[in-house]
Design a protein around this ligand. Sequence first.
Ligand code: ADP
Ligand code: MG
Length: 343
Amino acid sequence: MSDKKRTEIAELGEFGLIDTLTRNATTANKRTIKGVGDDAAVIAAGRDDAMLVSTDTLLEGIDFDLTYFPLKHLGYKAVVVGVSDILAMNALPEQIMISIGVSAKLPVEALQDLYEGIDFACKELGVDLVGGDTTASMTGLVINITTIGRAKRKSISYRSGAQFNDLICLTGNLGAAYMGLQLLEREKRVLRDVENPEPQFAGYEYLLQQYLKPRARKDIVEALAEEKIVPTSMIDISDGLASEVLQICKASKCGARIYLDRIPIAKQTSALAEEMHADPVVAALNGGSDYELLFTVPLAMQEQVMRLGLVDVIGHITRESTGAYLVTPDGNDIRLRAQGFKE
Ligand code: ADP
Ligand code: MG
């Protein structure tokens, strides 16, 4: 290693790093339908069915700050983060395994709070906690979540299925979780040396909820099944809209046009962004942690998809050669760029 070239991780970025590390990860088992490269791996289970598996890790100091993240909420959110990747395959989650690395600074009661949140989310989402692992950590709390789901093989939506002219659909609104985090960070800074801190959250409760207790969009996957809609592609919004649109474009070898004025942004998101001299569109594009679903359907399904009453059409799929763009209301095209490795 000493005489080899040294490459900084930052040169590759998160997705470049994953690509580099998994270059040799070809699949040889015939039941491995999809390996690296989607929200979950897909494994054949019987002739028509498949099992889906995904894993996520949350690190104290990187993904959450225990000074303002209640452990009960953190437990709930950990399950949502895990389940979201299964939902993003148009599949339903069934089991979850949670592994924790714990430092001695947390008492047992705090970990019981964490598990109260985990149990609550599991019951709400119909998921069984079936195992995990417990180790000591020198660097703060570590939570790893492995989620297992099931689906009919023909109803699975991959990132790679988007077709020319498909509509790009989005559930919920974007940027609220990111602005919730900005609010918590601001109050933490302002109240750092105050003895009995009283953070000012009035009017922004929705933002806090979206960051501390986001919902998993199981309702969407159920509504799609009811309407017999199988999205041509799907992904969940964990890294921000721009990054997720680019993931679909890369996997589906297509381009996209997203219309800025169609991106749903909640009132509280815009209000706090204005107060903090930030751009709510940047929060929506790059903020992430929304755990909404982004999917594509054929143009002919527009009416059917609008009937769900749960989604906005924010753009459409174009040819790969035209690239991925954000179209502003005055008709300017801005090339979409991903961020990755957010903190
Ligand atoms: P998501 O944001 O949906 O959780 P990621 O961007 O984390 O997805 O991962 C993209 C793909 O890369 C997934 O298929 C994931 O399983 C895979 N992946 C990520 N990190 C690694 C790793 N260190 N080794 C092998 N596969 C990985
Ligand atoms: Mg995902």
